[in-house]
Design a protein around this ligand. Sequence first.
Ligand code: CP
Ligand code: NVA
Length: 326
Amino acid sequence: MKLDLYNYQAEKAFMQKHLIKLQDYSQDEIYQVLSKALELKQKHKEKIPHPYLSGKSLGMIFTKSSTRTRVSFEVGIYQLGGYALFLNANDIQLGRGETIGDTASVLSRYLDGLMIRTFRQEDVEELAQYSSIPVINGLTDLLHPCQVLADLMTIYEKKGALAGLKLAFIGDGNNVCHSLLIGCTKVGMHISVACPEGYLPKQEIMETAMKNGMATGADVLITHDPLEAIRDADVVYTDVWASMGQEEDFVNRVKHFSPYQVNIKLFSHAKDDAIFMHCLPAHRGEEVTSDVIDGPRSVVFDEAENRLHAHKAIMVLLMGDRANNK
Ligand code: CP
Ligand code: NVA
C-alpha cells in the first residue's frame, strides 16, 4: 500500500521523550513526525492558527553557529504560541564550568523543552539524562537528526514516496551523512555513500544502517567511487568538506575531496528526474557547483524551509499535550 503521510494513521501514541538520535525512533514514529510536519505546513500556508504550545518555552543552547536551526526553532515555537530563549553557551554558566547535570536540572524548572547544538554527542545525552523536559539534538559532531527529518519530508513532498527510492550522499562521512544513513534505512530508502579514503562514516553507524536495512529492505552501499554511488539515484546529497570545528584541516581536505565535487557531469549519472539536496550552508565551487545547486533540480531552499515545519512537528509531539496529540 502506498504511504500516505497526509492521512497517516499512527500505530500507537507518540511516546518518545527526547530527540537525541533517529535510531531511537521507530519507522512509525518517524512517519508521525513527518505527517505532523506536513499538517503544520498546510495550516501555516492557509493561515490557520495552530497555537499548540501556547505559554510554553524552549531554551536553545548553542556552542556552534547556526542560521537555519536557530531561526526555524525560534520562529517555529512563536508560530505555535510559545516562546524561545537563545542561550549562547558562553553567556550562561555552562561556559564557565557549571556542570551539564546542574544546567539541565535548573533549566528543567523554567522551561518546557531544550534544544542544543554542540560538539559532543555525549553532552547531549548527558543533558537528556538530567532533564525532566524533552531535549532535542540540534546537531553534534556525530549526528544531525532534525535536518534529516526535514530532508525526508522534502523527499516525500517531491517524490510522493520514501521506501524504494535511492539517495546518494557524496562527500564527507560526517554528522549529516550519519543521520541520513540512519533516517533513510529506517524508512526503507536505499542509500549509497561515496567518501574519500579516511573519511568514511563511523563503523558503528554503517553497521546500524545495514541492520536497519535488513528490516526495511533498504540497501546500503559504502564506496570510494562517486560514480558508483550516484548511478540511478533519485536524490543526490552533499555537504561541506570541512564541518564546524574542522576548518583548520580545510586545505588538506580539499586535496582528498576534489574528485567528490557534485558538478553537472557527476550529477548527470543520477536519474533524469533526480533532485539535488544540501543541508546548507553550501560552498559553491567546492562540494557543489553553481550549475547544480542553483539549477532546476535543486530543492535546497524547499529543504531549508521544511526545517521550520519539521521542527514545529518535533516540538508539538515532544512538548505538547499528548492526550490531544497536539
Ligand atoms: N543545516 C543547518 O543545520 O543549518 P544551520 O547550521 O544554519 O543551522
Ligand atoms: N556538517 C556540517 C553541517 C552544518 C549544518 C557541520 O557540522 O558543520
